[in-house]
Design a protein around this ligand. Sequence first.
Ligand code: GLA
Length: 743
Amino acid sequence: MIHISSHSLTGEPLFHLRAGDASYVFCVFHGYLLHLYCGPAVGEDDLTALLVKVGHDSVVPRPADTPEGWFSLDIAPQEFPVYGTGDYRPSALMVRRADGSAATSLRYASHEVLPGKPVLDRQPATFAAPDEADTLAVTLRDPGSGLIVRLYYTALRDLPVVTRRAAAENPSDNPVTVERIASASLDFATLMEPAELLHLWGTWGRERTIERTPLAHGTVSVSSRRGASSHHHNPFAALVAQSTTETAGPAIGLSLVYAGNFEIAADTDPFGSIRFQAGIESTDFAWRLDPGETFVTPEAVLAISGEGLGKMSRTFHCLWREHLCRGEWAERERPVLVNNWEATYFKFNSEKLLAIAKDAAACGIEMLVMDDGWFGVRNDDRSSLGDWFVNEEKLPGGLAPLVERINALGLKFGIWFEPEMISPVSRLFDAHPDWALGTSGRDRSVARSQYVLDMTRPDVRDYLFDTISGVLSSANIEYVKWDFNRNLTEAASADLPPERQGEILHRYVLGLYDLLDRITAAFPHLLLEGCSSGGGRFDPAMLYYAPQYWTSDDTDAMERLDIQLGTTMVYPCSSMSCHVSASPNHQTRRVTSFETRGHVAMGGAFGYELDLTTLTDEEKALIRHQVADYHRFYALINRGDFYRLILPGDTVNGKTHRCAAWMTVSEDRTEALVTFVVIRASIHPVYFLRLAGLDPEARYQEESTGAVYGGSTLMNAGINLTAARKGGWTDGSSVVMHFTRVS
Ligand code: GLA
C-alpha cells in the first residue's frame, strides 16, 4: 500500500510504502527527495523528525535556494543523489552534457500511483498482478539541463519487498552521456548499531561463500567487471547489524536483477549515515542518450527483515519463485535427470548415451542430458563453439534417432549449448572473425581456448536463434543447459561507432536477454537450466529465463554444503541444480557415501552426474529409493519455507561445529524435512539440533523412529541426534528426518 501525506516541515509530499510487514518512507523537501526510513513497519507518523540537522561549515556546501541553514545535500539522507552539486558521497547518477559539464541537480516534478507493477521494458524484472503490488512513480527534473529521471518504487502487498528502477530521459536537443546510474540508492541515517555488509564471494568451484565485512568509514563494496555477474561476487549484499543472526536482528538485502557488471556498495559518512546502492558498475560504462531517448536501469530489489537472515532469505525465495521465474517449469515438477558430463566428458557416442539411459530408466530417472561435445568436431575444449551442427561420427544419423530411442525408454532428452561463445578453431570464426568481441590491433585474450561472441549484434543473435532453433526442432528436445564458460575481455564491437563503445558491456547483456526471450518464446515448453562454469552467473536475471541453475562444478557433497547453503541466502532450493556424482569425487578426490551424496543433492533440483553403467546393484537400488523420496518430498523441498540450522563454519560452545543442517517446512506447518550432515566426526560426539519454523503447539511424528515430539520441544530443547544413525557418525555421514504433524 502507498500512503501519501504532506509533512510538517514544508508541506510537500511524504510517501509511506507498506510492503508486507515493512515500511519504506521518503519525502520531498524543497524539491529534493529525502530518504527517511526502511525497516520493519512503522506507523503513519511524520518521520521528517528523523532528519539530522547537523551544523555545517565550509566543507559542507548547501543549496542556494533552501532557507534552512542546516540543510546540506552532503548530509541529508537522499533517495537518488546526483553528482556535482554538493553531495560528495557516491552518486546514483552522473550525466555529462554536450558542453562537457557533469553537475546535475534533480528536483521533484510530480508523482503518480500505478496499480500492480508496470512492465517498463524487456529487461528481466519481477512481476506482480494489480492486487499484489502498488507502484509509485516519482518524476524528477534537472532545472539546468531539462534531464528527466523517473524513479519507480513497487511495494509488494504480502512480502516485505520494495523494488526500484530508474529511467533517465533526455528531452533536450543535444545528446548527453550517462556515465553512472544506480538502480537504487538509500541512506540509512538511523541504523546506529555497528553494521556489516553480508555478501557472497567465490571463484570457480567455490561459489557464493558467505562473508560478513564490518563497515568502515568510506566504502565497502562488491562488484563484477567481468562482463557477467560472475563467480566472484553475487549481485547481492545485505546490510546487517553485527548482532544479526539467522533468527534476530535487521537484515536489509539488496539484490540486482542483472546478469552483467554490477556494484553494490555501502558507504559510511562521518555522521554514521550509510548509503546503500546497487547498479551497473560504471568503470567502462558510458551510455549516450540522443535527444528523446530514455535509459532504464536494471531492477534492484530490497528484501526487508527485522527478524534476521532467515526471514530475509525466505522473502527472496518466495519473491523469485512467485514473481520472477516464468514459464510452465517455474511451477511444474522438474524431471530427475542424469547428465553425462562427469560420466564421459567428451568421450561418448550414441551407444554410450543409450547404455546410460537404459540404466537411468531402470532406476526411475526421468531425463538424459547430453552435455558438451555433440557438435562440430568437438572432442576436447579447443574447438567448434559456434558450429551448432551434430557430429555424426558420435551420433550417427543425427539427433532424431538417438532421441527417439531415449524417449522409447521412457526418458526425456536434454542438450547442452554454449551459445555466446566462438572457438577460434571453428567454421563460424573462419566465416565471421568480426563476430567475436575484440579491438582491432590488439590480440584477443583466450580463456578455455575460446572467444566471446558480440551479442550486441543483431546478425549474431539471428544466427544463434536460427541454429539453436534448428537443433531444438530437429528432435524431441525438452531441456537445454545454457552454459557460459568465460568472461569478457577486449570488449569492443566492430558494429558500433566509437561514441557507443562505452555501451558494449550493457548492450551485451541486453543482447543476451533478447536471445533468451526469443528462444523461450519460440519453445515455451522447454526447461532451461542456466550454467556458467558451474554457478558463475547464478543471478535473478538468469532465473527470469531459467528456473534452475547449475549450482557449481564442484559436485563434492562436503564442498556443496558451503556452496548450497550460501546460495540459499538469496536463492530458493528450486533454483539450485544439485547432482549426485562419483566417489572419489572428480574435483576433490574425496570419498563420500552414496547415501550422503543423495541427501545433499536433494537440497535442490535433483539429478545424477556419473556413469550409471559402472554402479553396483546396491547403488542402483539406492538410486531408486532416492528418486522415490525426492518425488515424495518434492513440494516440501522446492516450495517449503527454508531454514538454515547449522552452517559448516558455525561455532558452537567455542568449538567449530563440523556439521551442517537445514530444513524445509510446508506452508501450513504440517510437515517438515530435516537434513543433518556430519562433516568430520570426533570421538563420542554429542549432537543436538534445534529445529525451526514448526507450530509450537502442534505435535510431530518423526517417520523413521515413530517418535512423537512437541513442536516447541523440537524448536527450543531440540532433538538429540547422538544415536540417530545406525552404525554411528563417521566423516561425511548424514540423516534425513521427515516430521508429520499428528495433533
Ligand atoms: C562447464 C559446465 C559443466 C560442463 C562443461 C562442459 O564447465 O559448468 O557442467 O557443462 O562446461 O564443457
